[in-house]
Design a protein around this ligand. Structure first.
Ligand code: SF4
Length: 313
């Protein structure tokens, strides 16, 4: 039986809400079938808070084994590096996180805030927020880049704002099974962060032929004018639909790139910055001159049915 403790730090609680909608496996199945014992979750545990304090003490003393520590939220380090803007019974959550992590077999950053700092760490970052092992895209946060948990792993980053429900439950199931979990350069599990949001989007054909929407509510691609980050963002949103139903781009809302380390970008969510006529940020790995050449031909080659469909919206 693997033990799991869920700690909330500088967080809106959105990841806790998101994980409740997981179905494959659901949180309940994860706890029942993957032999995980949930020691504590701030929203789901119904034991008195005195139990919470005792648990913290027994984990920190080594009396209670901790296999998986999930941290939801960014680490508040203000004021002046004390972390006391986010405290619990006279101790900063920053210190509590550090002490629990030193005891944990595996530490999992749940959501972009815990992984990279996220929204609380966005400029001007008044509470001096950081991620567990990154500050935005820079390695090193609460823990230095070479820090490793008791099982010899870096902090595993399940990025997303909120994190995708199945990225959370399947990663936890994977960890509980003891199998090796391949990670990318940002310590995100590759299984959930290898594909672009762009892949699997129902508007992809429109993107290919440069049929681009200029206002929300159409059927065209949202990349050129409406700020879609799908071609630059690694996540499963268009392959494993939210609630089994949809995704932002499928529903006509631009992807905001919430699984990336620089989320939120200092730019409008619904507007594409351009250099000349071409977006300033291009699909990951694409060269600007080739993209310009391709785009100038794509619209001319677009099938009439797509042009017609777009003009009718
Ligand atoms: S709407 Fe976004 S995700 Fe969909 S095809 Fe266009 S750029 Fe890609």
């Amino acid at each position: 039986m693997r033990t799991l403790f869920w700690l909330q730090t500088g967080s809106c609680g959105g990841d806790s809400l998101a994980i409740l909608s997981a179905e494959a496996p659901s949180l309940q199945q994860l706890l029942e079938k993957q032999t995980i014992e949930l020691l504590w979750h701030p929203s789901l545990s119904h034991a008195p808070t005195s139990r919470h304090r005792l648990l913290l003490e027994s984990i920190e003393s080594g009396e209670q084994r901790l296999d998986i520590l999930c941290v939801e939220g960014s680490i508040v380090t203000a004021p002046r590096g004390t972390g006391m803007y986010d405290s619990y019974h006279g101790r900063s959550k920053m210190d509590i996180t550090r002490d629990l992590a030193e005891r944990a077999g595996v530490v999992v950053a749940i959501g972009t805030c815990a992984a990279f700092g996220g929204i609380p760490a966005a400029d001007p970052n008044p509470s001096d927020c950081i991620g567990l092992q990154f500050v935005r895209s820079q390695p090193g946060g609460l823990f230095p880049p070479d820090w490793r948990s008791q099982d010899g792993l870096p902090v595993i980053n399940i990025a997303g704002c909120p994190a995708h429900p199945h990225a959370m439950t399947q990663t936890l199931a994977w960890i509980a099974s003891g199998l090796e979990l391949p990670l990318d350069a940002l310590n995100r599990p590759k299984a959930f962060f290898d594909n672009m949001v762009h892949q699997g989007c129902t508007r992809n054909e429109h993107h290919e032929y440069d049929i681009e929407d200029t206002e929300l509510g159409g059927s065209g691609c949202l990349f050129f004018n409406l700020g879609c980050q799908g071609p630059m963002t690694q996540a499963v949103c268009n392959n494993d639909l939210w609630n089994g139903v949809s995704s932002k781009p499928r529903a006509g809302v631009p992807c905001v790139g919430c699984t990336g380390p620089d989320f939120p970008r200092e730019a409008s969510f619904f507007n594409t910055e351009r250099i000349g006529k071409i977006p300033a940020r291009l699909p990951l790995g694409v060269e600007r001159p080739r993209y310009m050449a391709y785009k100038s031909l794509a619209n001319a080659a677009a099938p009439q049915r797509l042009k017609k469909e777009s003009s009718e919206k």
